[in-house]
Design a protein around this ligand. Structure first.
Ligand code: ADE
Length: 315
């Protein structure tokens, strides 16, 4: 038997967390809008990237693509260029895919329900929930990494060394917690709490307003402190495919838009130790970019016969 607190009334948790939000919320530009396009842009940018890094990109992106039509009409290469430096570049291509669908199939108007939103290309359950909540102010629950962690700790205990709750259990609690008529504020509050207070590595348990409600308090702190470093699973970033994909894309962005770069000459540009033995690896990376809509690969004229004659450019 756990000696953690029994499940507390939902209303107590709601009130404590909403009060915390009122005192601690950051003034973020996507909290000043209900435009689904702007909410979509912010949510896609924020999915794998910290708020501070997103802010200048968000403003610049909206300067260049102020509405869904502007993004739909732009060349894909321009969207990829505007994304340069944010990382996970296929997000730019997916975002434009969504915009083009909304313009060509829906007359430029976003649907408002989670079910319809989720049917849009490039939009998964999290983004659909976030748009329904943050653009259309619906009382819907959705899960991202931060929300999962907060709910897990609160209701199921520490998520370390491994999670105890299933996705379904987390989702059920997430739905139970949304206060009627306050979905927007609640969604912002629980995200902000996960981002600023109930963080993965340094949760502020000592000054937490939810201490008395939380099944992870106080063991989470010692579990975090004793967690073993998993260095074997974490190679240096400069050895990862993600790094080399980024390097490749930087070369393509700099290339002449119509000409592209021969595959074989891309190799030495992205790694100084490149040899012919690396060609299959390079081709794999390039075709991965192409599958994600980030590159176009065309056959170059002979005399190449080993595939190294392919020419690569932005879409
Ligand atoms: N991360 C994802 N969505 C967010 C939001 N609306 N506010 C802050 N961080 C977020």
């Amino acid at each position: 038997m756990s000696n953690a607190p029994a499940t507390q009334p939902v209303s107590a948790i709601q009130k404590l967390l909403l009060d915390w939000y009122d005192k601690n919320a950051r003034d973020l530009p996507w909290r000043q809008t209900r435009d689904p396009y702007r909410v979509l842009v912010s949510e896609v940018m924020l999915q794998q990237t910290q708020v501070d890094r997103v802010l200048p990109y968000y403003e610049r992106w909206l300067g260049r693509f102020p509405d869904v039509r502007a993004l739909a009409d732009a060349p894909t290469a321009e969207a990829i260029r505007a994304w340069a430096g944010l990382g996970y570049n296929r997000r730019a291509v997916n975002l434009q895919r969504t915009a083009r669908h909304v313009v060509s199939e829906l007359g430029g108007t976003f649907p408002s329900t989670v079910e319809e939103l989720q049917r849009l290309p490039g939009i998964g359950p999290y983004t659909a929930g976030a748009i329904a909540c943050f653009a259309f102010e619906q009382d819907v629950a959705f899960l991202d990494t931060n929300i999962r962690r907060v709910i897990h700790r609160l209701r199921f205990g520490p998520e370390l060394p491994q999670p105890l709750a299933t996705e379904k259990q987390l989702r059920d609690v997430a739905e139970e917690l949304v206060p009627a008529g306050q979905g927007w504020r609640w969604g912002q509050a629980i995200m902000e709490f996960g981002a600023l207070h109930c963080t993965a590595r340094k949760p502020l348990c000592v000054v937490c307003p939810l201490q008395a409600e939380c099944r992870a308090f106080p063991t989470i702190q010692s579990l975090i402190a004793t967690r073993a470093e998993r260095t074997d699973d974490n190679p240096p970033f400069e050895q990862t495919s993600r790094y080399f994909r980024g390097r490749l894309l930087a070369e393509l962005r700099d290339a002449h838009p119509d000409r592209g770069i021969p595959l074989a000459s891309l190799g030495p540009r992205i790694r100084p130790d490149f040899t012919e033995d690396h060609l299959p690896w390079l081709r794999g990376l390039v075709h991965g970019l192409a599958r994600d809509g980030l590159a176009l690969v065309a056959e170059a004229a002979p005399p190449y016969d080993d595939g190294a004659g392919e020419v690569v450019r932005l879409p």
